[in-house]
Design a protein around this ligand. Sequence first.
Ligand code: ADP
Ligand code: MG
Length: 668
Amino acid sequence: MTAADINSDQLVYTLKERCRRCYTCVRECPAKAIRIVNGQAEVIQERCIACGNCVQVCSQDAKVFKKSIDHIKQLLSSDKKVAAIIAPSFPAEFMSLPHHQTFAGMVRGLGFDYVNEVAFGADLVAHTFKEMMENEEEYKYISADCPAIVSFIEKYHPHLVQSLSPIVSPMVATARVLRKKYGNWLKIVFIGPCIAKKDESEEIDEVLTFRELRDMFEYNEVTPGNTEASSFDPPISGKGAIFPVSRGLIQAVDLDDDLYKGDIIVAEGRQNFQEAIREFESGLLRQEHLELLCCEGCIMGAGMTSSVNRYAKRTFIKNYVKSKLENTNRTQWEREMQEYLKLDMSNNFRENDQRMPLPSREDIIAQLQAMGKYDPKDHLNCGACGYETCEEHAVAICKGLAETEMCLPYTIESLHKSVSQLNDSNRKLESAREALKQSEKLASMGQLSAGIAHELNNPLGVVIMYANILMEEVGEQEEFSDDLKLIVEQADRCKKIVGGLLNFARKNQVKHEEINAEELAQKSINALIIPENISASVECNTTNKKAELDEEQMLQLLSNLCKNAIEAMPNGGNLKIRLEDDDDHIVFFVDDTGEGIPQENIDKIFEPFFTTKGIGKGTGLGLATIYGIAKMHHGKITVESNTDSAKGPTGTSFKVTLPRYQTKEIKA
Ligand code: ADP
Ligand code: MG
């Protein structure tokens, strides 16, 4: 099923897959009958006046109109007589054909029984109009020849329906003539430049645009070469053929302006006609008759294949009319006019109010603010959304016709925000990735260390045991005892290192018990020998000092951190253990004012055996052990240090975050 089938009961509609968020149709639609949903334009059928502006302006060919070719084929293959009635704008469409008879012959070639000129209907309309003007005291109407204008008034200015000129259009006038001539059973197809005609009158069986007619010629392989030229069928038209150019009606009635009791104002094009209606409505125009056309003359209709060459088209029409009038049998024309002017040419219209209530001031302001427009200087009125002002756009949003994303400055702004948010998350992701890499590295080191430590532990135990036995046996024999002491001493040192490695590898168990964090901090400071030039303190900012931690291990953790801090302040300074809360966690900070850690070492300090202290002074296992303890408590340890500040090193702060309770249940 094609998109055309889906929408086939709608006169003008969008091929969604082609619509590209340019909002040109919104801008060009005089009826504001286009709604944007998820960035795509939808034509609202009840609001649409079928002027075809959107079809003409859409650069993507996403706006299309209902096609009638299939129905025409059916009519032509039935046993009914079918008349084609041709709009007087045809010379402007088929400029390349040598003669109007060539054109009439081609239409006949498609299978039509009669080919008539709507220009004869235009003659009748023009004369009826002239008579009304002469007979009525105050003739003040809006001409009703353009179906898009009629629809616009019925929908958006319904109280002006009474002001629509009560005369049928030339198309309907022609249809009435032919029905009188051939009988009511005649099928009538109007062929012209206009999409709106498709919905104008039930007196017409089908309406074909010139575009469709060209398609039919092509499909049926009808060419000037294979058809016989023929004249239009009578009745033959007079000056009505000038109808499709602007002021056509006036020119057709053959009157100069003095004869009018009022003036005639001609307004054409989507902006001018609206302005004229507004002025007519407000009473500014007194005694004037309005001749309104939605397009710039019917020659610019959306059913024509080209919207350029406006002046060339006018010239073609004028030349056609001139040569036609030279060859017209005036007596016959007058006789036929007399005959058909007896026909009823009256028309009436009905209101079809489609106006939407104006939203409240508060709602409009809320919509403007949603697009970041808080005061008048934020109103750029750039028109990118398809509405002339930001306010009009906000109103359309309130009415459900538009979306905030249509505002280009607002969308660009939001896009910028999203981009910077994205950069932010990218940065976070990058640092999380780094942290993960670091922890994976430490984890694999842990495995290796645990393996080595485990293997070394037993032989080391044996060495220590036998060294001690030997020492006892040897007693005070000088030559051996010093050597044996050294062996025992160094083996003990090895044992400590192995113990440190096991701690780092988290091979120990955690014994959770309730402790007082402040007391713990104090205890760990008390256990150290603090040089005189260093002041050590505990600062407790937590609301709850209780936590379930392994006291032994925590003492080890804090005193290791404090030892490092002291070693980083050879010239004195401050050492502080701070306690803070963080949701369900308790946080220990160990701050110093020492020499700091250079950036290039930050990633390495938790690795086993990394030390910047001289041989024999540092083992490089302190932080590795702490890291293991924090992990065992399901916590984490981070460090901030600055050696690059202009003021010189500003010290180091280790942060250890630990879950306060082992399980949620305990907390409850
Ligand atoms: P060690 O103390 O045996 O060197 P650690 O694992 O405890 O091993 O520390 C590793 C390294 O981290 C230290 O050598 C030192 O360079 C650095 N370090 C740790 N804590 C601090 C601190 N508070 N200030 C400056 N550097 C520190
Ligand atoms: Mg240390």
